[in-house]
Each structure stands twice: as structure tokens, then as C-alpha cells.
Design a protein around this ligand. Structure first.
Ligand SMILES: Nc1ncnc2c1ncn2[C@@H]1O[C@H](COP(=O)(O)OP(=O)(O)OP(=O)(O)O)[C@@H](O)[C@H]1O
Length: 212
């Protein structure tokens, strides 16, 4: 279990302030949505909490430690060992098969290749993209790529999962499959954070952060 939060967090792009004095404490074991109007800073907050951006003021706290301004290597180590991230546009490696994309974090983490292979195939099946395992990312749809990216983030069973609009390209049925996978991840005790426009998902989330 890993607790993630922010204290008086602020961020600016150049001179443009995006977030100011944001305090959040995310609950392990629940899906928390980050919502708000377009441009309100959902993705920026998600990237800060995930240690992919550095705060301009305040800090991001993981398990009681202020880590938002830690050295790049330390933040990378924390990200790799404790979290998974689903990018809005999937960001799969186009030169490798879908299966190898999903396997990559598991092998990096030192998991046994056969066990990791089974886990990766199970996840791809669960998310409805198992039939694309041996294809390249260029051969799958945007919605399929998003689900592959979710499999890649889940393959190590990380204690924290960050997702940027993970259902943005999905129809209702595929959205339900993704939502179920996020819920199952939270049920295992993970801290699951989802930036989304989908007000139906916001209403169904266990907790919510609403940006103005
Ligand atoms: N790389 C950047 N350089 C400068 N400004 C940026 C950059 N990325 C985002 N912004 C600005 O920061 C603000 C917050 O952007 P962000 O993407 O976090 O919002 P969002 O709530 O996720 O938006 P959306 O719902 O449209 O994806 C916006 O005003 C945006 O124009």
C-alpha cells in the first residue's frame, strides 16, 4: 500500500499559473477521479502526483515523504518500483509487439519471464485485446492501444496506478471493461487515480478531486 498526496502544490507553465495551493490525500483501495473543465489542470496534477513533473511550489508526498523535488534518479526509481502510468495517447513502443510492450515493465522489475508472459496474456485477454498480442502498435486502434497501455501499467501489480483519460477513445462496453479492471486494482489495495471528463465515471468513483 502506498499513500500519495500533495501539500500546497503549485505549478506554472512558464509564467502561466496552472495549479496553486492544491492539497490532496488519495485513498489506497479506491479509485479517485480528477475532474474539472478542460484546461483546469487535471493532467498537470496527475503528472505531478506521478512524479513526471516537478512542483513549482509545495510538494508531492508518497508514504509521508516529500518526493516531488527529489533528484531525477530517485523519482524515476520510485515511479518504476511503485507505480504504473497510462498515458492519454498510450505511448507504446511502435517497434515491439503488443505483448512485448506489456512485458517490458515486468522484465525490468526482474519478474520471471514465463510468469510475466502468462500475466501479460491474461491481462490482454481480460481487457479484450488478447487477439492483438502479436501485432505491432501501428496495427491496433486508438482504443485498443489505450487498453494495451493499461495492461502494461498493471503487469507489475503496482501499488499506485495513474491514468490519463483511460476511456477517452472507448465505447461504452470497452469503458466498462476498463472501469472493472481499475476497480479490481483498487480492490487489491492499490491507490488508483484517473483524470477524466466522463461524469458517469466521476459519479461512480470511490473518491473525487474536482478542479475549478
Ligand atoms: N506544455 C505546456 N505548455 C504551456 N502550457 C501548457 C502546457 N500543457 C498544458 N498547458 C496549459 O496548462 C493548463 C492545464 O492543462 P492540463 O492539460 O493540465 O488541463 P486538463 O484539465 O487536463 O485539460 P483537458 O481536459 O483539456 O485535457 C491549460 O491552460 C493548458 O493550456
Amino acid at each position: 500500500m502506498t499513500r500519495v498526496g500533495a501539500q500546497r502544490l503549485g505549478f506554472t507553465y512558464g509564467k502561466v499559473p496552472v495549479l496553486a495551493d492544491v492539497d490532496v490525500a488519495l485513498e489506497p483501495g479506491a479509485v479517485t477521479t480528477l475532474s474539472g473543465p478542460s484546461g483546469s489542470g487535471k493532467s498537470t496534477l496527475l503528472y505531478l502526483l506521478a512524479l513526471l513533473l516537478r512542483p513549482a511550489s509545495g510538494d508531492v508526498v508518497w508514504d509521508g515523504r516529500p518526493v516531488g523535488r527529489a533528484a531525477d534518479g530517485e523519482r524515476a526509481r520510485l515511479r518504476a518500483s511503485l507505480s504504473g502510468f497510462v498515458f492519454q495517447d498510450a505511448m507504446l513502443d511502435p517497434s515491439r509487439t503488443v505483448l512485448d510492450n506489456v512485458l517490458e515493465p515486468a522484465l525490468y522489475a526482474g519478474l520471471d519471464r514465463r510468469a510475466a508472459g502468462r500475466r501479460a496474456r491474461d491481462l490482454l485477454d481480460e481487457l479484450g485485446v488478447g487477439h492483438r498480442a502479436d501485432h505491432r502498435p501501428g496495427e491496433v486502434s486508438g482504443g485498443q492501444a489505450q487498453r494495451v497501455a493499461l495492461c502494461r501499467a498493471l503487469v507489475t501489480d503496482p501499488p499506485v496506478l495513474f491514468c490519463d483519460e483511460p476511456t477517452g477513445n472507448l465505447d461504452r462496453d470497452a469503458t466498462e471493461v476498463v472501469w472493472a479492471a481499475l476497480g479490481a486494482c483498487a480492490d487489491r489495495g492499490a491507490t488508483v487515480v484517473v483524470a477524466t471528463h466522463d461524469l458517469d465515471l466521476v459519479a461512480r468513483a470511490g473518491a473525487r478531486v474536482v478542479l475549478a
